[in-house]
Design a protein around this ligand. Structure first.
Ligand code: DP6
Length: 324
């Protein structure tokens, strides 16, 4: 009745932004990601007859009510599948570089799906784990697999939509340089941001029709190891989803001045012949994708950029791992 799992974070190359079914958490657009080494969450779950309620601990502290609610919703799904009535003790640790400023929900819910289902005695394959993780946070569906991963768009009423691997980590030894910028305003969660975009941005419809094209281009470019094509489509995808956020009502501006400075650095390197491409998520930080031979140069240039507070270099990471 006890198991642990380790899952790595992922960064979307083709972004997921917007839901086809809010209740079942089904994405309205296809997305493609790269699972990252180092940035991992380790979660241990124990179903325990002596507990009178679920206990959730994150990085050594008690989870807030909001955090615990999402964890308990996942435990409830697992208990229903396993016909189990016991309460659980959940303890989760993020092995992210200090103050990484990166979302840990993808690795967190992937590790929770894998550890909770194993502890409950469910022998789920990767596909079912991915669908289970997706119900909590769609990007988590992708963290079940290592390397390059796609999550198709779904429809209203979908219950088993899952991610699938495109290529293993060793397929292409790319580097993602993460540049931590000074934060802008208080963060609006992706869940909230994409809902507001769907309901109020006049460009949301255009996003829905264009996003699949970038996804297809990125998938093909991964297969052909064509960084220039991948990078150009990746930048379009991130700029287009941020356009929806910025034009929402009230507007959501995830960028800080340092975000634009880092983008200029990436463009400047490109003008000097380096194939390096940027992407941003629901926050101000910039992640730059490049070949292994350019990683040091890209990192140094970002380190020198005004407002960038820290950088580090990540590489393609592995599948989720379960320990019983
Ligand atoms: C901008 O997976 O966090 O990082 O399904 O509501 O939990 P929920 O959203 P989440 O959204 C991630 C949004 C993104 C792009 C991406 O990772 O594809």
């Amino acid at each position: 009745m006890e198991a642990s799992a380790r899952a790595c974070a992922n960064i979307a190359l083709a972004k997921y932004w917007g839901k086809a079914d809010v209740k079942r958490n089904v994405p309205a657009v296809p997305s493609i990601s790269l699972t990252l080494d180092q940035l991992a969450t380790e979660t241990r779950v124990r179903f325990d007859p002596s507990l009178s309620s679920d206990v959730v601990r994150l990085d050594g502290r008690r989870a807030t009510e909001m955090e615990a609610e999402r964890v308990v919703a996942m435990l409830d799904r697992v208990r229903r599948e396993a016909r189990l009535r016991l309460n659980a003790h959940v303890s989760s640790h993020n092995h992210f570089p200090t103050a990484a400023g990166l979302a840990s929900s993808a690795s967190g819910f992937a590790a929770l799906a894998a550890s909770a289902s194993a502890a409950a005695g469910l022998r789920f394959n990767a596909r079912r784990l991915s669908a289970l993780a997706r119900a909590s946070s769609a990007s988590a569906a992708r963290s079940i697999y290592g390397g390059f991963v796609e999550l198709p768009a779904g429809n209203r009423g979908d219950t088993d939509l899952a991610a699938r691997p495109i290529a293993p980590p060793e397929h292409w030894n790319l580097r993602l340089v993460v540049a931590l910028t000074e934060p802008g305003k208080k963060k609006i969660s992706s869940t909230e941001g994409m809902e507001r975009s769907r309901k109020t941005s006049p460009f949301y419809g255009a996003w829905l029709t264009q996003a699949p094209k970038w996804s297809r281009q990125i998938k093909r470019a991964i297969k052909e190891r064509d960084l220039d094509t991948l990078g150009a489509a990746m930048e379009q995808s991130t700029l287009a989803f941020h356009c929806c956020a910025i034009t929402s009502d009230p507007p959501i501006m995830y960028w800080a001045p340092s975000t634009l400075a880092a983008l200029a650095t990436v463009r400047g390197l490109r003008e000097r012949g380096v194939s390096v491409w940027a992407t941003m998520d629901a926050g101000p930080h910039v992640k730059a994708l490049c070949g292994i031979g350019d990683a040091t140069r890209v990192r140094q240039a970002l380190d020198r950029t005004r407002g960038v507070t820290r950088t580090w270099v990540t590489k393609p990471g592995p599948d989720v791992e379960v320990h019983r």
